[in-house]
Design a protein around this ligand. Sequence first.
Ligand code: DX5
Ligand code: ZN
Length: 220
Amino acid sequence: MATTIIAPSVLAADFAAMGQVLDRVQSSGAPWLHLDIMDGRFVPNLTFGPKMVADLRKRSSLFFDVHLMTVDPERLAGTFMDSGADAITFHIEACIHAHRLVQDIKARNRKAGVSIVPSTPVGSILPLLPFLDLVLVMTVNPGFSGQSMIPECLEKVRELDSARRNRGYGFSISVDGGINRSTALEAVDAGSDILVMGSAFFEADDAATLVRDLTSRSRL
Ligand code: DX5
Ligand code: ZN
C-alpha cells in the first residue's frame, strides 16, 4: 500500500509571511503544497494569483497542487501551469468541457484532477474517471479553511475507491476540508491517498510529527 501524502494548504497560513510558510512545510517533511485559487465567484472568497505561485516556485521543489475554485477554469489553467503548478485540479461544477481541459493539462505533462463539492455526486464524473490522475473530494463547502468536515462526504471516497478497484483506474483520491488527526484516519480508511490540511497543519505544535504519524498510517 502506498503511503499517504500530506498536502498542507497555504490558505490557513499567514499570507504576510509566505517565505516562512514554505520553510515550515518543507521542514515538516510534507511532499506537497496545496494552493487554493479562489475567484470570488465560484466561492465567496478571494486568494491569490499566478504571481504568488511563480514566486513560491522559485524557492521550492515541493509538488505544487493547484486547486482552482474558479469559474471558467479553462481560462486560467494554462497560466497556473506556466507559473509552476505540478497538478491542476478544477471543479466539475464550473466546467462544461471537462474532458477537453483534462486532455490539455495532461498534454503539458501535468497531473490532471477534478473536484466535486459536497452536493455533487460521484456519478457526475464517472465518464472522466479513466482519464484522471486525481479526484479531489471536498469534505466541506469550498471557500474557507477552519470548517468542520462533513462526514457523509467520505461515502463518496468509498464509492471512488471501489470504482477504481473494480475498473482498474489509476487516479488518486484526495480529501480537502476539515481534515485533522482524527478525521484523517477516517478519510484514509475510506480510501483517500492524499490529505489536504489547512488549519490542522498550521496550528500544529509539531508539524513534523503530525506529518510522520499520518504518512505512516495504512488502511485498516
Ligand atoms: C477550502 C480549501 C481548503 C482549505 C482547507 O475551500 O479548498 O484547501 O484550505 O482548510 P482546512 O483544512 O482548515 O479545512
Ligand atoms: Zn483546497
